[in-house]
Design a protein around this ligand. Structure first.
Ligand code: MTE
Ligand code: MO
Length: 258
């Protein structure tokens, strides 16, 4: 086989999720499935593999306006209890800045107006929490792909980490700040957005104001609220307790595919 064929095929695969030229730099990494075995447990690796076979780029089901749940439960943190968050909230997030950094060519600092000025996507999807409840809501925000394209991930980047404003607990080992992470396949999935609105209104504090992740092929705990910083990293084992997220650190799977 010509050595040129394989990279080209990988690139064509990426095209299906709507990647631009920026993706070329890390296209080789995305297809490097076996290396995930080092980072996540064997059982999870099987789940991850199965999802890949079924097509990680497939879309989550979208609903119509009549399906929107009259009540969308607030779960986890209801209001981050830090002076920093209270100060941002008091100014209606005028001084909030979303930092995008780590393994990127450009470090971004985006205001809420910047987030609104990016290309937008609106989607009506179902949120499934492991605790056994679901709710359908209409989310609007900027595709994470649009944000990442502007930051331009370096070739070493493999995961996208979301640092949140809230401490869900204050554990003795210093962990407890909410965080989550996804891989680049999900990061560039067309339904993965940084949402600023739910059902046509700015996010309430309960639902993650001013911005939260929607990664629609995964469970509720992956939908990080109160996102303050998006960090591109090569490995996820250097954060929290090393499993890539607040709940993954406490026994839930890192890859929560649905
Ligand atoms: N920052 C942060 N994000 C979070 C949580 C949290 O406690 N803090 N809880 C998670 C869980 S378990 C669920 S089900 C959803 C709940 O989102 P909602 O409050 O908008 O329903 O947020 C997820 N994201
Ligand atoms: Mo949840």
């Amino acid at each position: 086989m010509s050595p040129i064929l394989l990279p080209r095929r990988k690139f064509l695969g990426l095209g299906a999720v709507g990647l631009g030229a920026a993706a070329l730099a890390f296209s080789g990494r995305l297809a490097d499935v076996p290396s995930f075995e080092d980072l996540i447990g064997n059982a999870q690796y099987l789940t991850y593999g199965a999802q890949r076979l079924l097509g990680r780029n497939a879309l989550a089901r979208e609903f119509s306006a009549k399906d929107i749940s009259p009540d969308f439960k607030v779960n986890g943190t209801h209001r981050p209890d830090t002076p920093e968050y209270e100060a941002l909230l008091a100014e209606n997030f005028a001084n909030w800045r979303l930092i995008v950094d780590g393994l990127t060519v450009n470090r971004l600092s985006l205001s809420l107006a910047d987030l609104h000025a990016l290309p937008q996507r609106t989607q009506i999807t179902r949120h499934d929490c492991v605790e056994g409840w679901s709710a359908i809501g209409q989310w609007q925000g900027a595709p994470l792909a649009e944000i990442l394209k502007r930051a331009a991930p370096l070739p070493a980047a493999r995961f996208v980490l979301f640092h949140c404003a809230d401490f869900y607990e204050r554990a003795d080992d210093g962990t407890g700040q909410y965080y989550e992470s996804i891989d680049l396949v999900d990061a560039f999935h067309p339904q993965t957005i940084l949402a600023h609105s739910l059902n046509g209104a700015p996010l309430s504090v309960g639902h993650g104001a001013p911005a939260r992740l929607r990664v629609e092929r995964q469970l509720g705990y992956k939908q990080a609220k109160y996102v303050m910083r998006i960090e591109l990293v090569e490995r996820i084992d250097g954060f929290g307790r090393g499993k890539g997220g607040f709940w993954p650190d406490r026994g839930y799977e890192w890859y929560a595919g649905i």
